[in-house]
Structures are given as structure tokens and as C-alpha cells.
Design a protein around this ligand. Structure first.
Ligand code: CTP
Length: 235
């Protein structure tokens, strides 16, 4: 890796920020809200960008994936911690938000373990949820240090491209990688991904490219190459 950087890969001199994995939103000291994200795709992207010579910060929620070689990895638990770590990593040339950030968190993270109320009339603990910050939209809306390229994922189970198109506009990002996460595809936790890359937005035409079903490592390598092309062309 050090040799690649020294040789000047197509992303050398560029800074990249990648988010990966799920977030854990505490209910009490022993319970949390989470999701099925493994972190495999985000970690693979961070590694692929580093292999092309980028200076990469990976902000990862709890994941069993190993920290990728040659990448500065910051470990976080909650969406709010993830946002803070991302802001702390700016400025970067490209931000890739692959994390499955929990949309909501419990309004109160109790300091002690919640106990069952043994009374016959008792109802379950009340779980009021509040919305988490949107990290992708926040990075895309930064005034003075917006990354030149802001890339998000759209995890959908149906109408994949239509929803992704709407997400490109709603989040203000430049590219969206739409992936089908229906249970039968085995995407969540699996080693493969089926991607549609949407580029454009901001009032212009949206270009849709269908990528073949591929391993998450191949998707990462292809994305890193595309990023290098885009940043190189804009430099
Ligand atoms: N994302 C984020 N912060 C959030 C929620 C999502 O950065 N609080 C990012 C994800 O990393 C991904 C993109 O936004 O790049 C889309 O996430 P997704 O969960 O598919 O979309 P949502 O905005 O949550 O919309 P919905 O759940 O309605 O599909």
C-alpha cells in the first residue's frame, strides 16, 4: 500500500471520507436499536480508495469487519457520534456514505437497565423515538467545506431506481448507488451487491448506469475508479 501511494495512484493527494456499518442507538445500558448492516461494502470502499492512493478516514459503526489496511478508522456507536466524527474529518475531496444510519433513536437513553413492571396491569416500557441527523444530507449541504463529490447509497426493497432518483434530489448529493436489499437478494450481511449508479441531479439530467451483480469488493474497486476519473477530470 505504501508503495502504491509512493508511486502515485490515481487518488494520491486526495482525501476521502467513508461511513460504514450500522449505528447503535441506546435504549438503556444493555439494549439498543440497530439494523442488519454488516459494514462490508463501506469497509471495502475505504480499502479500495486507499489502494488507489487516497488519504482515507473511515467512520464506522459497530461492525465485525477488520479495519482496512492503510485507512484511519474512527469507531463510533450512534448516529450523532458518526456525524461529529465526519465533520471532524473535513475537508475532504469525496465523501461516500455507506453506513446504514438508524433513522431514529430512543428519545431517552436510560441510565439504568429498564426493569419489567411486575404488576398485572403493567404495560411495556414506552419507547418514544426521535429522528437522527442525516449525515449524507448534512455533508452535501455544507457551505464552506462541502466535499467536491458527495455519494450516498439508497437501500431499497422495491422501485429501486425511482426511490433512488428521489433520494438524489432530497439529499442534495451528486451520486447515488442504489442497491436492492430485498431479503431474497441476501445483500444485507452478504458478500455481493447489485448496483444502479445514478449520477447528476441538481436540476440536470440523471444518468442511470446498471452494474452487473458483483462482489462487494468488485463494486468498491469499480466505484473507486469512477471517483478517480471524476475527481481527476474536475481537478
Ligand atoms: N444516511 C445518512 N444519515 C441518516 C440516514 C441515511 O447519512 N440519518 C445516508 C445513508 O448512509 C445512505 C443514504 O443516506 O447513503 C440513504 O439511506 P437510506 O436508509 O436508504 O435512506 P433514508 O434516508 O433512511 O430513507 P428511507 O428510510 O425512507 O428509505
Amino acid at each position: 500500500l505504501a508503495i502504491e501511494k509512493a508511486l502515485g495512484g490515481p487518488l494520491s493527494g486526495m482525501r476521502a471520507l467513508v461511513t460504514s456499518g450500522p449505528t447503535h442507538e441506546p435504549i438503556d445500558p444493555v439494549r439498543f436499536i440497530a439494523n442488519r448492516s454488516s459494514g462490508k461494502q463501506g469497509h471495502a470502499i475505504a480499502g479500495a480508495c486507499a489502494r488507489l492512493g487516497a488519504d482515507v478516514t473511515l467512520v464506522s459503526g459497530p461492525s465485525v469487519e477488520a479495519d482496512p489496511a492503510g485507512v484511519a478508522t474512527v469507531h463510533v456507536e450512534t448516529a450523532r457520534d458518526m456525524l461529529e466524527a465526519c465533520i471532524g474529518a473535513l475537508p475532504v475531496d469525496v465523501a461516500i456514505c455507506a453506513a446504514a444510519v438508524s433513522d431514529w433513536r430512543p428519545e431517552t437513553a436510560h441510565g439504568q437497565k429498564l426493569k419489567k413492571d411486575k404488576a398485572a396491569t403493567a404495560s411495556p416500557a414506552d419507547l418514544s423515538l426521535v429522528e437522527n441527523p442525516d449525515i449524507l444530507a448534512t455533508l452535501a449541504a455544507r457551505e464552506n467545506d462541502r466535499p467536491r463529490l458527495v455519494i450516498g447509497f439508497a437501500a431499497e426493497t422495491d422501485d429501486v431506481v425511482a426511490y433512488a432518483r428521489a433520494k438524489l434530489t432530497a439529499k442534495g448529493c451528486d451520486w447515488i448507488l442504489a442497491n436492492d436489499v430485498s431479503p431474497e437478494t441476501g445483500t444485507f450481511g452478504g458478500d455481493h451487491n447489485k448496483i444502479h449508479l445514478l449520477t447528476g441531479g441538481a436540476g440536470g439530467e440523471v444518468d442511470i448506469e446498471e452494474w452487473p451483480h458483483a462482489s462487494k469488493l468488485d463494486v468498491a474497486a469499480r466505484l473507486a475508479e469512477r471517483i478517480a476519473q471524476a475527481l481527476g477530470a474536475a481537478a
